[in-house]
Design a protein around this ligand. Structure first.
Ligand code: PEP
Ligand code: MG
Length: 572
């Protein structure tokens, strides 16, 4: 028996068998010069890789049990692209002029092609950009000898053990088979962690030796709440954990009994508790957790799931389904936050040297106004089915916000010209995720109907800590006084401007922080739905005036350790 410690990311206990998934990381593509007499050899390797990729695609097409007509067409299209003479011509021309290795040449040609298509005004052509990226990845995988297996095709229940599962991998996996997640990499606020939580998967991330120590078939206990993985547990430990699973379920069932009771303190201070969702299907289940609406719909997962830019109709139907499922409760749709660790294959963001500071979120949308407007039109059209709010991610200053609002106005004009209606009043919110937004919140408030504080990024950009890097995750302290002061300043600025302050970062669902956030005056807490009952229970047992005193003390602490000690003392 061996205990491996990592970061507690999503609570719950699971006992099961490990499945090691090692092909998840797409390694860096090698780049080196070649001599003129190596060109034909490289082209020969390319020809072989294309043949192998096409054979693999045919196999996938014929071997899939329940393949839809649509999927079959995609496989055919990918085969055609891999064998396309023009593509081959461009590869030859480029290698003969640049004398670089074939993997790099394929990547470059595919990137240039995708980029040209991405900016096209024709949605069909834009969608082809992702296909080109997908096909080229497959060819490059063959050139580099990488074997990939699919997580969507699991026959047994497993605990997935991976080096670094990408958000798109997590989306595609068979969720009824994966029971828990263990990763070498990752932090509490990485997007894979957020998805794992949304799927209700107990998860422990940041165990740097996990894939070295665990082999497929090992028995594991994953204790998500404690951030522990027990490898090959003895009988006594297994028995103890089986009892804990039963207790955990019983306690949670009691909390669920709070149902739709208001999130109101003992002295009558009321706040709203809402849910964060990543995929439309999650909306169906939110009522049972007592969610008063959706405070953050991460719309980019719609794009990530299909691996391409979603067209207007597809988005419209997805947004409508969410709005209808909420039965009149408000839905806040965050415009796409692509880039960073959420890459749409085929976009240059994949090769930015510092993607978290690069073309991400609102910057991405503003750089591709046609794609942005398509999303806004889809949201506008869906707004006739129920209350919708729009919010823009990663706003760094008033110029970006004004530009985004101007494009929203253009999208409204386009809807009117097409005779498509939309709701008269749609609130527009600003996500506060960058210190610069807090420092200029008095200006942003003038053009915003609400603020929503994204603490995952606010912590990352304030403390200069990559949110996905487990090596520095010890620094990502949400209760660091700098972070608390910024949160306080954002809430105060919202109130001074007469608007509400929401929070949709992971901190909003952290029970440890509940009294502190209440005391800081937060109006709305948005979190993974499973966290709502516990937070509601804490709010209903709290006294608002005492929480205000606690918050005052906390923002005047000198260190996160002091703040945490204060919160521990409060929790008794
Ligand atoms: C945040 O940054 O806190 C947030 C809610 O957005 P995301 O986690 O999607 O970046
Ligand atoms: Mg964010």
């Amino acid at each position: 028996m061996k205990i491996l410690s990592g970061l507690s990311v999503a609570p719950g206990i699971v006992i099961g068998k490990a499945l090691l998934y090692l092909e998840d990381d797409y390694p860096e593509i090698p780049r080196y010069m070649i001599s003129a007499d190596q060109v034909e050899g490289e082209l020969g390797r390319f020809g072989q890789a294309v043949e192998d990729a096409a054979a693999e695609l045919r196999e996938l097409k014929e071997g899939s049990r329940e393949i839809s007509r649509e999927q079959s067409v995609i496989f055919d299209a990918h085969i055609l692209m891999a064998e396309d003479p023009d593509f081959h011509y461009q590869i030859r021309a480029r290698i003969e002029s640049e004398y670089e290795n074939i993997e790099w040449i394929v990547w470059e040609v595919a990137r240039d092609l995708s980029q040209k298509l991405m900016v096209s005004s024709d949605p069909y052509l834009r969608e082809r950009a992702a296909d080109i990226a997908d096909v080229s990845r497959r060819i490059i995988s063959h050139l580099m000898g990488i074997k990939r297996f699919s997580l969507s095709d699991l026959d047994d229940d497993v605990i997935l053990v991976a080096h670094n599962l990408l958000p798109s991998d997590a989306l595609g996996m068979n969720k009824s088979r994966v029971k828990a997640l263990v990763m070498n990499m990752g932090s509490r606020t990485s997007h894979t962690a957020i998805l794992a939580k949304a799927f209700g998967l107990p998860s422990v991330l940041g165990i740097s030796t996990a894939t070295r120590e665990i082999t497929s078939g090992d028995t594991l206990i994953v204790d998500g709440g404690a951030g522990k993985v027990i490898l090959d547990p003895d009988e006594e430990t297994l028995g103890r954990y089986r009892d804990s699973v039963a207790d955990y379920k019983k306690n949670y069932a009691e909390l669920l009994g709070l149902g739709e009771l208001p999130a109101e303190t003992l002295d009558g201070h009321r706040v709203a508790l809402k849910a964060n969702i990543e995929i439309p299907e999650e909306a169906e289940d939110l009522h049972r957790y007592g969610a008063e609406g959706i405070g953050l719909y991460r719309s980019e997962f719609l794009f990530l799931k299909s691996g391409q830019s979603a067209d207007e109709e597809m988005q419209y139907h997805a947004y409508r389904s969410v709005i209808k499922a909420m039965k009149g409760k408000p839905v806040t749709i965050r415009t796409v936050d692509l880039g960073g660790d959420k890459l749409l294959s085929g976009l240059q963001t994949a090769q930015e040297s510092n993607p978290l500071l690069g073309c991400r979120a609102i910057r991405f949308s503003l750089s591709l106004p046609e794609i942005f407007k398509t999303q806004l039109r889809a949201i506008l059209r869906a707004s006739v089915d129920g209350p919708v709010k729009i919010m823009f991610p990663m706003i760094s200053g008033i110029e970006e916000l004004e530009e985004a609002i101007a494009i929203l106005e253009e999208a409204k004009g386009e809807c009117r010209r097409r005779g498509q209606s939309y709701a008269d009043r749609i609130e527009v919110g600003t996500m506060i995720e960058i210190p610069a937004a807090v420092m200029t919140a008095d200006y942003l408030v003038e053009r915003s109907d609400f603020f929503s504080i994204g603490t995952n990024d606010l912590i990352q950009y304030t403390l200069a800590v990559d949110r996905g890097n487990e090596k520095v995750s010890y620094l990502a302290q949400p209760t660091h006084p700098a972070v608390l002061r910024l949160i306080k300043a954002a809430i105060d600025a919202a109130h001074a401007g007469g608007i509400k302050a929401a929070m949709c970062g992971e901190l909003a669902g952290d029970p440890h922080a509940t009294p502190l956030l209440l005391g800081l005056g937060l109006d709305e807490f948005s979190m993974t739905a499973i966290s709502i009952p516990k937070v509601k229970h804490l709010i209903r047992s709290a006294n608002y005036e005492k929480c205000r005193d606690l918050a005052y003390e906390a923002v005047n602490c000198s260190s996160y350790k002091q703040v945490n000690a204060l919160l521990d003392q409060w929790a008794g």
